[in-house]
Each structure stands twice: as C-alpha cells, then as structure tokens.
Design a protein around this ligand. Sequence first.
Ligand code: NAD
Length: 491
Amino acid sequence: NHTLNFDMKLPNGHNYVQPTGLFINNEFVKPLSKSKPSIPVYNPYNESLICDIYEGGADDVEKAIDAAEKAFQTWKLTTPEERSKLLYKLADLIEQNIDLLASIETLDNGKALSSAKGDVTLMANYFRYGASMCDKLHGTIFQNNKKDGFGYTVREPVGVCGLISSFNFPLMFVSWKLVPALVTGNTCVFKPSEHSCLSTLYFANLVKEAGFPPGVINFITGLGPVGATLTSSPKIKKISFTGSVGTAKKIMSSVGIKKVTLELGGKSPSIVTNKAKEDLDKVVDNICLGIFFNSGEVCCAGSRVYVQEDIYDELVEKLVKKTESLKVGDGFTDPYFGPLTNKMQLDKVKNYVDIATKEGAKLLTGGKQIGDKGYLFQPTIFGDCTNDMRVVKEEIFGPVLSLIKFKDVKEAIAMANDTEYGLAAGVFTSDLNEAIEISNQLNAGTVWVNTYNNFHPSLPFGGHSASGYGSEMSEEAFHCYTNVKAVKMNI
Ligand code: NAD
C-alpha cells in the first residue's frame, strides 16, 4: 500500500483512517524524493506489522521550515484572543477524540489504554491552560526617576521552532512542545519518534479541523537525520528536544547558536524514611506507580528507592506482594502496564537484569520476558543493591527497580545525589519538616512528596545536570520560547 492512508481496525472496535504522510501546510504529502513509505511500524504486543510510514528527507524538512517561516509572518501578529480561540478549539477536539487517540497510542506504543487516556486528558488540559495564558504574557516595567526616564521589557516570539520528541508519551509531548511555542506566537516543525508516531499523525487532522492556518504546525516523520536537519538549520531559531543524553550530545555539536531546551534521561531516586511507616501501603502504591507506570518507559521513573533500615523488611514484603499482583499484558485489556515499545528496549531491559544479577543484586521478583512474541516484561525488583552497581547508576527505561537500604537520612541524600542526572525525586515521610529538609537538598528539577509521577500544567517540568535544561509546562516554558527585549526610554 503506497497511498497516504491506511484503513485501520483496532481491537477495541475503532475503525478509522490512519494518515501516513508528512503534514506540511495542513496537507498530508509524500516526501519529495520518495514514493513509498519505508519505515515499518510494529505492534509491540504481538510484533505484527501495523503499517509503513514515510521517511522525510532533508528537502522535506526544508519545505516544512519554509512553510513555517512564511506562516510565522502572520501568526506572530495574531492577537492573544485569536490564538486562544484556536487552542481552546483544539483542546475540545482532543477531548472529543480521547478514546480514538488513546487507542491509536495503545496500538502503536503498547501502553495500557487507561494510561493512554490519562495522557490524552493531560494533553487537552495543557492546551486549555495554554489557551488561558495567551493574554497573560507580561513584561516588566522599570521606573527609575524622572530624569532617567523609564524602561520596560517585552517578550517576543523567536520564529520557527524545531521540536523533536521521544517515543514514550507521543501525544503528551506533542502538547508539551506545541503549547508554549504557539501561545507565544511561534510556528513549528515537529519530528515525532519513529517508534511511535501514528497518534501524532492522526492528531494532525485535528490541527487542520481546529482551523490553524497552514504552516503554523507541521509534522515530519522519519529517523535521526530529520532531527539533525532541523537542529542544524539556521532558519530554526529554537530547538526543544526530548530524548537520550547520547542524541542530545550530537545535537549540541551541530545546533549552532539557537535557544535550546533539553529534556533528557534520569535515574530518579526516592527516599523512604522510617517516618513513612504509618502508611506503607500508600508508599508501595506510589513506588509501583513510580517505576511500573508506562512499563517504566518514563524519563522520571523512580528507578532507585532508598529505604531506611527499620522499615526495609516490611516495605519489601508489601512491595513484592503488590508487584506480583500487577496485571501485565495487551494494552487493550487494560493492564497495569503493557509491553515495552520496541525490541531494543526489551533487549536493554534483559541485559540489565543479567548485569544486576552478576553484580550481586538480589532478584526479589520478576526478571523475565512474558511470552515469546511481543515485548512484555515482568515487573522486576532487585534488593540489597549498592550505589556502585550499574543497575543503580544507569538509566534502564524499563520496569526494573533497585532497592537500597540506608541507616541515616544524610547518607540517603548523599547517595540519591550521587548521579550525573537530576530530573526528579521522591520523598516519603509523614514528617513535614523532614520532607522539606530532604526536598531542599535533592538535586532534581521536580521533587514529589508522598506522591509520584504527578504532573500539572501550571508546574514546570525539567531537569538539572545531565537531565537537561529549560522547562516544559507552566509559565517557565513560555520564557524558553521567547526572546526578551528591553526598551529604555529617555523622553
Ligand atoms: P532518542 O534520543 O533515541 O530519540 C529521540 C528523538 O531524537 C527521536 O525522534 C529520534 O529520531 C531523534 N534523533 C535521533 N538522532 C538524532 C540526531 N542526530 N539529531 C536530532 N534528532 C535525532 O531517545 P528515545 O529512545 O526516543 O527516548 C528515550 C530517552 O528519552 C530516554 O533517555 C529518556 O529518559 C528520555 N526522555 C526524557 C524525557 C524528559 O522529559 N526529560 C521524557 C521522555 C524521555
């Protein structure tokens, strides 16, 4: 099938037309120099071929950038009310299509349908938040004295933004990047991950339906070189990248002088103190959510948990029991989590289980692939880990948890901070002073206290250290997509 559309039938009864082309100027088109789609998309639950998508070339990226540059000339002049109306409309369309968008994401990415619906709900909420913020982008006024006049600042859009994303939250990350770019008057060329882009392509239909002018939002599918063309283009004024540290390093060597946001990996720690004893069931629920949500394919996964010695044994018992009760399976049967997204991920997880075992970590539960077709893996916990083990130090991006026992809280904070990353962290205690004290000392862009993986559009999300810089969501993100101009008056 070499057309731009595939007729799809989803296991939960949805029949729809899947677009597979590049989305430029509000139209799905074939690449300029390729007539056939060449990237196969597999169902991660059973490895069957879903369809093929097109691989954009450098010429297609150029075409999309030119479309976005042209659109920028009028989009930057739109009023906040005009942008807001379109964003509200798009939020409504997302909400009306939650079930279908989530189902496509489950098919393509493998995630549990309820998780996918949660992601799409957050996506709609964030578009609505953005819509409500269009007329609230403020500069500042500086008033000195009459003789010296006064000054003020304005925030201006930067131009065409190159947005590059990872495979684990396809639609949610579309919103994390598009919303601040559009609210602040920029236009975009977005490159979704080659491992999960079907829901994004379907979403492009809604962009057109909402009435966004042609060229404001463009999607180019493809492999790494599509991203590389974006990052090296002088016409692109801002790059926002979500992905691995390795790719980020390549990007930084070719990006030139542009604004950059990097949302990278992590090895996020949680600290559970003796004072969490009152409600260990709640702690266990949050630890599971932290590491097993979305099969552990979460940048801020709570993948290493430091537990104070008095409660270690009781916590381990409860945690293993809960973990062994979690349903893992086809995303459409609504499990706790579905398969990993691709074979590379599965192989990586298997490899880390071998490494951990050789390093002397104690396998408490899990450790094996489920079935022999598809990429399901058991929720896995290693106990008796130490901070020098690779399973504790390196990002696995799968459902593998390391537990480390500690004596005093100071020691736990030092071990938690002993990492190149700084994305997120968890603190579990019923003592508010202890919670604040620990939160203050952790090197992380986000600290969750007695909760985990808990997001809101009005709070920023972003990393420190090797986890990157810049923010997604909240007013902080708007600063990442604008240039500030100071005007000093002396009249
Ligand atoms: P990846 O780095 O392999 O790919 C990310 C994107 O970059 C893809 O779209 C890919 O095609 C593109 N790309 C590849 N080579 C490129 C190049 N040379 N120039 C420009 N773009 C290029 O990452 P992944 O495997 O898709 O995602 C997993 C990683 O992402 C993990 O490390 C995870 O922690 C991180 N992540 C971070 C966040 C966050 O918000 N901090 C969120 C999700 C994932």
